[in-house]
Design a protein around this ligand. Sequence first.
Ligand SMILES: Cc1cc2nc3c(=O)[nH]c(=O)nc-3n(C[C@H](O)[C@H](O)[C@H](O)COP(=O)(O)O)c2cc1C
Length: 175
Amino acid sequence: MIDEKIFLDFLNTRRSIRAFKDDTIDEYKLSKILEACNLAPSSGGLQTFEIYQIRQKEMKERLVSAAKDQTFIAQAPLVLIFCANPSRSVERFGERSQLFSVQDATIATAYAQLIVHALGLSTVWIGAFDERKVSEILQLPQAQRPVAILPIGYENEKPKEKTTRGSKDLLHILD
Ligand SMILES: Cc1cc2nc3c(=O)[nH]c(=O)nc-3n(C[C@H](O)[C@H](O)[C@H](O)COP(=O)(O)O)c2cc1C
């Protein structure tokens, strides 16, 4: 078991980073990211998400234009795109597989963000993008839906100050 102070400190030191060095990411680190994603909880344990990897410059530039010109995406040596794949669970969950698969992809993305931090790398969750354009770039099968883009690399900026609502504000006590 991990000490909760260590765990919360770890969460507290993760920050979104939007400038990356040129240094490449080795296969060991990529394999650890995938290992973490593979451990994420998922609907019915069916892992209804897919991860696409992009390292090629031209593909990254195309993603930038599909993501409101967030140019730092192309700076990152590794870009992972997390997609929902409801076709893996539609027989079991019917219409609900649409939502479940988005949740599965979301949780996997969150796990990836955390292991990225543990590996001494940085990232930022990119959600502002044109789904149709990203689907085209990745040549996604019809059933799949892009959920999040993670540009991953070594940080080349100081993270922004973080403000939050505060933990107490999150809870609405009904009893
Ligand atoms: C669903 C979602 C979508 C996001 N989309 C973007 C985005 O398109 N571009 C961006 O720069 N940051 C994006 N972010 C990152 C947030 O701005 C960032 O997580 C937030 O400001 C808190 O900062 P922190 O990650 O350093 O704690 C997104 C985060 C989430 C969870």
